[in-house]
Design a protein around this ligand. Structure first.
Ligand SMILES: Cc1cc2nc3c(=O)[nH]c(=O)nc-3n(C[C@H](O)[C@H](O)[C@H](O)COP(=O)(O)O)c2cc1C
Length: 220
């Protein structure tokens, strides 16, 4: 697939069919992502791939925690404030996603159901968890982002769609326990993957993007 086409067509998918992604395809996607750049080639990423029964078991555990609103243990603190402009965008994002489902912003049950879908990996047959050593700092976080982006783009080339999910990382402690990942590692992100359910209402939602002229200054 053409690189630009892949970049421009990638979008977050929040409803997947239950068709499994062949392990060979997942290996090719991860192999492509392994070529990501990193600070002095440190390659901080450690990858856990959850599929089949193990993924279902993990989903049950974290969904149950989410339903009970159990104590959270994210390795990266959740943002508490945003600049006003970002608040506008995040609110618009939330409203548009709910609208795609036909759920009103005041509908607490509808909102809660949407939140819980995160912990079901949006029905995806596969959930990938990216970890890094707990002693690493911001530059490694940057590297992890590059890896995650390359992974999601490589997936597109194989017809596999994805959703990055910080929300899932709130239960980092339990996820690490389940995956037998040392407590000292940091869970950066969860990525749900699969084939898109093109009939699903939630997938009709498109994020509104700033135009390059809104965020680019040229110095000539
Ligand atoms: C770091 C990060 C965390 C995210 N966490 C979530 C999440 O927990 N749940 C979710 O549904 N989408 C999540 N997303 C997806 C964003 O909402 C999405 O990328 C954004 O709205 C732009 O839409 P697009 O990916 O379709 O271009 C996350 C994206 C990033 C980069």
């Amino acid at each position: 697939m053409d690189l630009i086409k892949g970049i421009e067509t990638r979008r977050s998918i929040r409803a997947f069919t239950n068709t499994p992604v062949p392990e060979e395809t997942l290996r090719k996607i991860i192999k492509a992502a392994s070529n990501s750049p990193s600070y002095t080639n440190t390659q901080p990423w450690e990858v856990a791939v959850g599929c089949g029964k193990r993924k279902e078991d993990l989903s049950r555990i974290i969904r149950d925690l989410a339903v009970r609103k159990a104590e959270i243990s994210p390795d990266f603190p959740m943002p508490k404030t945003w600049p006003a402009e970002h608040v506008t965008r995040t609110k618009e994002h939330g409203t548009r996603r709910l609208a795609a489902l036909g759920v009103d912003r005041d509908d607490e049950v509808g909102r809660e159901n949407l939140r819980l879908m995160n912990f079901e990996f949006y029905g995806g047959p596969c959930a990938i968890f990216l970890f890094m050593d707990g002693t690493l700092g911001e530059w490694s976080v940057f590297d992890m982002g590059l890896f995650a982006q390359n992974l999601t783009l490589a997936a597109v080339a194989f017809g596999v769609e994805s959703c990055l999910q910080a929300s899932v990382t709130i239960y980092a402690r339990e996820i690490k326990k389940f995956l037998e990942v040392p407590e000292s590692m940091k869970l950066m992100i969860c990525i749900s993957l699969g084939y898109p359910d093109n009939e699903a209402k939630l997938n009709t939602y498109r994020a509104v993007k700033r135009t390059p002229d809104e965020f680019t200054k040229w110095y000539r």
